[in-house]
Ligand binder design. Structure first.
Ligand SMILES: [Zn+2]
Length: 276
């Protein structure tokens, strides 16, 4: 497995290289991964944050051969470098845009939008867009078909659980998107944060199982409490998670409750949640 390094490209398959941005942190792991696809005409997926050294590394690796800049979504650790790179290279922006909920990068404008299963291709590669709402509603994963590598942005990460922030994020959509990913032919998952993930089908099953177990814990906690606020439920439902991460856990918990509400097994009464 290639090591995570900052500031220079690492080859992860015949057609794909990875450059990791130096924005390490609790939510970004070793930093945001930017991927370069192709050896002649190139596509750049998730240029990441506007950090000069990272932008320089991407420009150096792509030179004048960059044709497309694709984003998995427009959170601020994934898309802000798109604008300066597009300005420097003339490459075309591609990705879906949603109204700003306080978490979106508003500099990402004028992009060509994508439909599910749409292809971006040239004589060397085909990149298939898989619309994967869940982490956020405009999320897209990109399958480099020839190399069977699925670039997953924040839909799947290595070593940490994806935060779902309603209303742009949806737990129901997230699980449905994971199930749909199982229908594609994939050898490796290349996440937005962390190293390559082997055995994608097994990992996807593990993720679905993990979410459904958490959902059961939410339902059990609410059954015991009879009624509870999100803040009261977090320490019970996430008793296995570092309290420093509970403010993020509260968002995913809200996403679980909304899913259960859609399925009519819980209901909301003011700020209290109850079993339906
Ligand atoms: Zn994100």
């Amino acid at each position: 497995m290639p090591q995570i390094v900052h500031g220079k490209p690492v080859r992860i398959s015949k057609r794909v290289q990875r450059i990791t941005a130096p924005n390490q942190g609790a939510m970004t792991g070793p930093g945001t991964n930017s991927y370069i696809v192709g050896t002649e005409e190139l596509a750049l997926i998730d240029p990441g944050p506007c950090i000069e050294s990272h932008i320089d590394a991407m420009l150096k690796a792509t030179a004048s051969r960059l044709k497309w800049i694709l984003v998995t979504h427009t959170h601020r650790d994934h898309s802000p470098a798109a604008l300066p790179i597009a300005q420097a290279t003339g490459a075309k922006l591609v990705g879906n845009i949603i109204p700003n909920d306080g978490f979106q990068d508003e500099t990402f404008q004028g992009a060509t939008s994508l439909k599910n299963d749409e292809l971006i291709s040239n004589k060397e590669f085909s990149i298939r867009a898989l619309l994967t709402p869940g982490h956020v509603s405009n999320h897209i994963c990109y399958l480099v078909e020839e190399d069977k590598i699925l670039i997953t942005g924040d839909h799947m990460m290595q070593g940490s659980t994806v935060v779902i922030v309603p209303p742009a994020g949806s737990m129901k959509d997230y699980i449905d998107s994971l199930k749909r990913m199982q229908t594609y032919d994939v050898n490796y998952v290349a996440p937005g944060h962390g190293d390559l993930i082997e055995e994608p089908k097994r990992e996807i099953m593990r993720l679905i199982d993990h979410r459904l177990k958490r959902e059961k814990k939410v339902h059990n906690a609410l059954t015991n409490a009879r009624e509870a606020t999100i803040d009261e439920l977090v320490p019970v439902v996430y008793d296995d998670v570092d309290p420093a991460l509970h403010k993020w856990a509260a968002m995913s918990l809200h996403a679980h409750l909304i899913k259960l509400e859609i399925e009519q097994s819980v209901a909301k009464n003011g700020k209290y949640w109850i079993i339906a």
